[in-house]
Design a protein around this ligand. Structure first.
Ligand SMILES: Cc1cc2nc3c(=O)[nH]c(=O)nc-3n(C[C@H](O)[C@H](O)[C@H](O)COP(=O)(O)O)c2cc1C
Length: 251
């Protein structure tokens, strides 16, 4: 599927299938460069099955954790999770994710205070009954101790558009999808290294751009505290949908 976008110029295509006219529209650009697919080794089905089963079993043990120990976590582990997230595919390879990793206790406290102020308003005034009922099984409230207990708080920003040196905007494509995939890889990396995280969406999140000094072309999308679980950590008793509820094979 081409990465068509509503703002893309209309095709001038009227030529033969052999050399459609749109191809000439990029004649002024340098030739794309290609390299052999790096690092790919085809493995047998038995090995694929074994690694797929093992990876699924590992990922099925992942749980969103809301109770963090205060034990420190080396910065290199956070770097590796962010590097892993940065391997995500992205629309037109724009890589529209930016991570702010925070271990400064004063900054975490500032974020917690601002988040709790907003969350209190949300839980008290903004939540519909339907939303309140949906959250009830999770047992959450406006108190966000994970923002100061976890040794790291990683805030994921989506770069809505790029900024060129002259201040003009450079369009990004499929930003939400790309950033969502990066978030998934980050969460998987944190989980497989033996740490836990919480996918937190304080509502609204506008304060984060200000507190963290990010540009107006960025939007905070997730707050991801990272650390070890507290020894008494508990999680809601949830079930995951079975395969037949989430897949259709053919039409
Ligand atoms: C986009 C998104 C936003 C979420 N926001 C919050 C949140 O603000 N606070 C919270 O406690 N959990 C939040 N969660 C975590 C979900 O509640 C959790 O993933 C879900 O209950 C399933 O639990 P599990 O992750 O342990 O499988 C969010 C998850 C996602 C994917």
């Amino acid at each position: 599927m081409p990465e068509a976008h509503p703002d893309a110029p209309r095709s001038t295509d009227a030529a033969s299938p052999a050399e459609p006219a749109y191809k000439a529209l990029t004649n002024h650009l340098p030739e794309p460069r290609f390299v052999p697919l790096p690092g790919y080794t085809r493995v047998g089905e038995a090995q694929m099955l074994a690694s797929a089963e093992a990876f699924y079993a590992t990922m099925d043990r992942r749980r969103t954790t809301r109770h963090f120990a205060t034990d420190p976590v080396p910065r290199r582990l956070i770097e590796l999770a962010i590097l892993t997230a940065g391997t995500a595919p992205s629309g037109a390879h724009r890589q529209p994710w930016r991570f702010v990793a925070i271990d400064d206790p004063a900054l975490k406290a500032k974020i917690r205070a601002a988040a709790e102020e907003e969350e209190l308003k949300t839980y008290r005034d903004r939540m519909t009954d339907e939303w309140r009922e949906a959250l009830h099984p999770l047992g959450t409230d406006h108190v966000k101790e994970h923002l100061t207990d976890a040794p790291w708080v990683v805030v994921l920003f989506a770069e809505k558009f790029g900024l060129r040196a002259d201040g003009s905007h450079r369009k990004n494509y499929y930003v939400d999808e790309s950033v969502g995939i990066a978030a998934g890889l980050f969460i998987a990396a944190i989980h497989t290294m033996g740490l836990v995280t919480l996918t937190h969406t304080p509502n609204p999140m506008g304060f984060l751009r200000e507190v963290l000094g990010r540009g107006t072309n960025e939007k905070a999308v997730l707050v991801l505290p990272v650390g070890y679980p507290r020894p008494d950590a508990r999680v809601p008793d949830l079930q995951r949908l079975p395969l037949d509820a989430i897949v259709q094979w053919n039409a």
